[in-house]
Design a protein around this ligand. Structure first.
Ligand code: NAG
Ligand code: NAG
Ligand code: NAG
Length: 665
């Protein structure tokens, strides 16, 4: 008996321990991080990153403490596997702000709204789910995302955009204006909103004054057993802003080498606020300052000149206080990127923990430049731009021009195959139906010379547009020898006609063709850090270490289409009103005149009878009417002639009016 009891107790104890350890593993998590990076063109990048995680429903249940309920229900209802929604204003400047780093690949977004989602439903239900999802998101984020419901507005890319065939839908609204009413619902998804923690820095005027801002929301879930590993739902919210620090007096000081000192900045100078403590619900609350590779190597040169010692072998004792710049607070940790290719110059990150700051002692990091430094940002292998060709209102051509960039420090030579260096890239382009693209007119110009399309295009998938039903989609995989300097793809198109109801307000502005996406599947913009457990705890740094393909968007194209003369209805209304006024005017005139004739006739009869009083009265009436009184004897013949003339006139005018109505209506 005792043995059995002991066994039972042991089992109970064991199970309770097991369940305790299980529940410890499965916790909702929230973390907030901010990355600050000085940019080469005197601006500052601020990248907020919030991550919420919910464990799988099967083991954890439906009740959440931190994870936003609205999004949990969204995932459950529409069976979303992946979803990304971004609101962007401004255009990411790939040349100056970099095109080969995790931030530009995943946070540089096309202007307006971009939404893509992967559903875990049978293929024939994907479209219905997408339509319902657009309506839900529209309500959630106060934006006209519901315009993506129409089949002319979204497409189903196969492999050109993301590798989810069949269940992926993609849509974008290039003209959507982004403002605070979209940011507020986005902030509501955070457990502390913008009341505490890093989100409190989001001062609306400072953010919307920036050169670029993009708010993004990315959901990924493994709820529906599509993968072996069940990790629940992860929600990433990022806000990427490019701000211009206000130049102070010192910045205008010019140095001998003609270069101007970069403007110094601090959190309070760029946001107008300070961080007064972390969001208490956050597991981690960190601020990072990133120093780019180009800047690090410039600083090393500077340091070497300063010391006059052997070049390139300097180890910064206090890297946050070097000849180039100074950080006002000593970082808690300095993280260096490990790179096999160039171990000398690698990205440096300064980490600050916000745990110990409070209202009485707020965190206000300052970055002061001490010497003018000029550097460049890493670039994607090709720089893409897109433009329109042709003139007139009937036809035109779209050209996508790709120019090879300077391979920065052999960044991407490692990825190429030894013998024949080949550069692979994908082009994904959606064209609205009213721009009727003739795909057979595709031409490829390599270094300015026309070339056969089949020599360079490895794979191509085209789904032609259908009028008022679906947009045209083009997915192309190209392969180029590395020595090529430039490639241009051109496609001719006809401009379609829209029904008057389909024109947007202000149609004369033109129509926007969404950005094309250029991706480089062989290149990965990831950072490598030393294997360290503490680094994996930071969601932002683990995001940076993920292998994500390099991606860039082209500009939005503005196509002028033939627009009807929208002032025509007003012209018709005005003319019709004028005609009616004339018609009724003359009609009234006629009626009145006939009364006058009769009056006069009667008066003439009466004047013989009534004598003086009557004459006086009629004189008075005549005075009032503004005519000289004369006891005339009008001929009844002439009066009838006048009236018949008038009636003819009235009928003529009425006829003209009726004719006008008939022909113009
Ligand atoms: C979408 O919404 C409609 C109307 O509310 C509903 O009838 C339909 O079942 C929904 N479809 C999906 C896939 O959720
Ligand atoms: C660089 O530093 C290493 C170790 O500190 C030393 O062995 C080496 O001689 C130095 N090289 C130069 C060029 O100073
Ligand atoms: C915060 O303060 C506590 C107590 O003073 C200290 O133990 C801890 O190391 C501090 N943390 C940091 C990151 O400074």
């Amino acid at each position: 008996m005792a043995a059995v009891l002991r066994f039972l107790i042991a089992v109970l104890l064991f199970s309770s321990i097991a369940s305790a350890s299980l529940s410890q593993e499965e916790e909702e998590e929230f973390s907030e991080e901010l990355l600050l990076k000085p940019l080469a063109d005197r601006k500052v990048l601020a990248h907020f990153h919030f991550e919420s995680k919910a464990p799988p429903t099967r083991t954890y249940g439906h009740h959440h403490r931190l994870f936003p309920k609205a999004l949990y229900q969204l995932v459950q209802k529409f069976r979303i596997r992946e979803m990304e929604l971004s609101f962007t204003q401004g255009r990411w400047n790939y040349e100056r702000w970099g095109g080969f780093d995790p931030i530009s690949s995943s946070n540089a977004k096309p202007p307006g709204v971009e939404l893509w989602a992967v559903f875990d439903v049978p293929h024939d239900l994907v479209d219905a789910s997408w339509k319902n999802l657009t309506h839900t998101l529209s309500g959630l984020f106060c934006a006209s995302i519901n315009f993506l419901e129409s089949s002319t507005a979204y497409s189903a890319p196969d492999w050109g955009f993301q590798p989810f065939s069949g269940s992926l839908r993609y849509g974008s609204l290039p003209r959507e204006a982004v403002c605070t009413e979209n940011l507020t619902p986005w902030l509501k998804l955070l457990p502390c909103r913008d009341k505490a923690g890093l989100a409190a820095l989001m001062d609306r005027p400072s953010i919307y004054r920036g050169f670029y801002h993009s708010q993004r929301l990315r959901l990924s879930s493994t709820e529906f057993g599509s993968t072996e590993l069940e990790s629940g739902i992860a929600l990433d919210q990022t806000l990427t802003v490019v701000l211009q620090p206000t130049t102070s007096q010192r910045a205008s000081m010019t140095y001998s080498s003609d270069s101007v000192l970069q403007p110094s900045w601090s959190l309070s100078s760029i946001f107008g606020r300070k961080v007064s403590g972390r969001c208490v619900l956050a597991k981690s609350s960190n601020v990072y300052v990133q120093v780019e590779r180009g800047l690090v190597s410039e600083l090393k040169n500077l340091h070497a000149e300063d010391e006059g010692s052997g070049a390139g072998n300097v180890t910064f004792e206090k890297t946050w206080n070097n000849p180039g710049f100074e950080l006002s607070i000593a970082p808690n940790r300095v993280i260096k990127e490990v790179n096999i290719l160039h171990d000398e110059t690698s990205i440096v990150l300064y980490e600050y923990l916000i745990d110990n700051y409070s209202n009485s002692e707020p965190f206000d990091l300052g970055f002061t430049w001490k010497f003018p430094v000029v550097w460049s940002s890493p670039q994607a292998p090709l720089h893409a731009s897109r433009f329109l060709m042709g003139s007139g209102n009937e036809r035109g051509a779209i050209a996508i021009s790709l120019k090879a960039t300077e391979p920065s420090d052999g960044l991407w030579v490692a990825d190429t195959i030894e013998n024949s260096c080949m550069l692979r890239f994908n082009v994904f382009q959606v064209v609205p139906w009213y721009v009727r693209v003739y795909f057979h007119t595709l031409q490829v110009f390599v270094d300015g010379k026309p070339q056969s399309v089949t020599d360079f295009i490895e794979r191509m998938r085209i789904s032609p547009s259908e009028d008022k039903v679906s947009p045209g989609v083009m997915e192309m995989a190209l392969k180029l020898p590395c020595c090529v300097k430039s490639v241009t793809l051109t496609l001719e198109f006809d401009k379609g006609f829209l029904h008057i109801d389909e024109y947007p307000p202000d149609a004369n502005q033109g129509f926007d063709i969404p950005s094309a996406v250029i991706s480089f599947p062989d290149f990965h913009a990831s950072m490598h850090f030393l294997k360290d457990d503490s680094l994996n705890k930071s969601p932002l740094l683990s995001k940076f270490q993920e292998k994500s393909p390099v991606l860039c968007y082209t500009e939005v194209l503005l196509v002028p289409l033939t627009t009807p003369d929208f002032s025509m209805p007003y012209n018709v209304i005005t003319i019709t009103c004028t005609v009616f006024a004339l018609y009724f005017g003359s009609l009234l005139n006629v009626l009145r005149r006939r009364v006058g004739e009769e009056e006069r006739f009667l008066k003439r009869k009466d004047s013989k009878k009534t004598g003086r009083l009557g004459q006086l009265l009629s004189k008075l009436f005549a005075k009032l009417r503004g005519k000289s009184w004369e006891p005339t004897q009008t001929q009844s013949a002439s009066s009838s002639l006048i009236s018949s003339k008038l009636i003819f006139k009235v009928i003529l005018v009425a006829g003209i009016a009726a004719g006008w109505q008939y022909y113009s209506g």
